[in-house]
Design a binder for this molecule. Structure first.
Ligand code: MEV
Length: 314
């Protein structure tokens, strides 16, 4: 096999970001924005036609290293905004892992891909949870650390003394609007900021616990299709995340502008900039409210397929 193509979806976190890094529950859903990759065997590593130094492409470097360091020419095309909490780097890792598996004739199991991509994310950002890579590999919705919440068990992941159990959950049809601030914020430093706050402060640890409780209640509301309850919990989660110091003025403005027309709204992903999400049945009005605060809104479709890959002989 000398060529492969793959794609993997981005995601947004409905509830539980940051607390999930410490083994608390979280729920994320894949969205209809994907990362596309084509890879073919080559004499040296190339990205979008340019010869590349892999030190500047750590995701590619890590995953290539797990696949005999076979040199490849990679073409990437992403419809997921970067540095925005929508899982773009996880989708890159998942799609590239899948493409390399096809090229090397290895198994295409979603579990193996999710795990390899999670290791790549940790290599690049230091610390994190397997939420983004699991959502991207599996598609649909995933709940972490909520084994009794009624989902179907997918896989378990252990790292640095923390264990995560990952389940697939059905997300009933609901309309979400994402609002991007346009401000890029890397996940690693935000995760690190919360870790320092939590390590030195009992109050911050209590907030992390409370996010866990809110998330468990939210998974029940989600499965029951109770938008009012889920929305209320999303807004509460936003307040807790703000206390942890990961919101921003831009995010707060967009959340507050959405709330009169939404069941609930919150930042999504690492925060610091990036995006917020609103649960609403008035998406046009929420989009206007977000635009009026300088944000870039779009309506997302959930219930999308996870990683896909196929061979291409060129
Ligand atoms: C990023 O989408 C969510 C965080 O919880 C980090 C992680 O889970 O890896 C902030």
């Amino acid at each position: 096999m000398n060529g492969a193509s793959a794609s993997a979806p981005g995601k947004f976190v409905i509830l539980g970001e940051h607390a999930v890094v410490y083994g608390k529950p979280a729920v994320a859903v894949a969205i209809n924005r994907r990362f596309y990759i084509r890879a073919r065997r080559n004499d040296d590593f190339r990205i979008n036609g340019e010869s590349t130094d892999l030190r500047f492409n750590p995701h590619i470097r890590y995953i290539a290293g797990r696949n005999d360091m076979i040199p490849v020419s990679v073409h990437m095309d992403s419809k997921i905004p970067t540095g925005s909490g929508l899982g773009s780097s996880a989708a890159l890792s998942v799609a590239f892992s899948a493409a390399m598996r096809v090229l090397c004739g290895r198994s295409m199991g979603r579990e193996e891909i999710a795990k390899e991509a999670f290791e790549a994310e940790c290599y690049c950002q230091g610390r994190g949870s397997p939420m983004d890579t699991s959502a991207s590999a599996n598609g649909g919705g995933v709940a972490l650390n909520a084994p009794d919440a009624g989902g179907s068990h997918l896989w378990d992941i252990d790292r640095d003394g923390v264990s995560w159990s990952v389940s697939g959950i059905d997300v009933p049809p609901m309309t979400f609007v994402i609002g991007c601030t346009g401000i890029k914020a890397a996940t690693g430093p935000l995760v690190e900021r919360v870790r320092k706050y939590k390590d030195g402060n009992r109050f911050a640890s209590d907030i992390v616990e409370e996010i866990g409780q809110v998330t468990l209640e939210g998974i029940d509301a989600l499965r029951a299709g109770d938008a009012e309850c889920l929305g209320r919990l999303m807004t509460k989660d936003h307040k807790l995340l703000s206390i942890l110091g990961v919101s921003s003025n831009e995010l707060n403005k967009m959340v507050n502008a959405s709330l009169p027309h939404a069941y609930g709204a919150k930042l999504t992903g690492a925060g610091g900039g990036g995006c917020m999400v609103a649960l609403t049945d008035q998406p046009d009005i929420v989009c206007e409210a977000i635009s009026s605060r300088g944000g870039f809104p779009f309506v997302v479709k959930t219930g999308v397929e996870g990683v896909k890959a196929s061979a291409k002989n060129e």
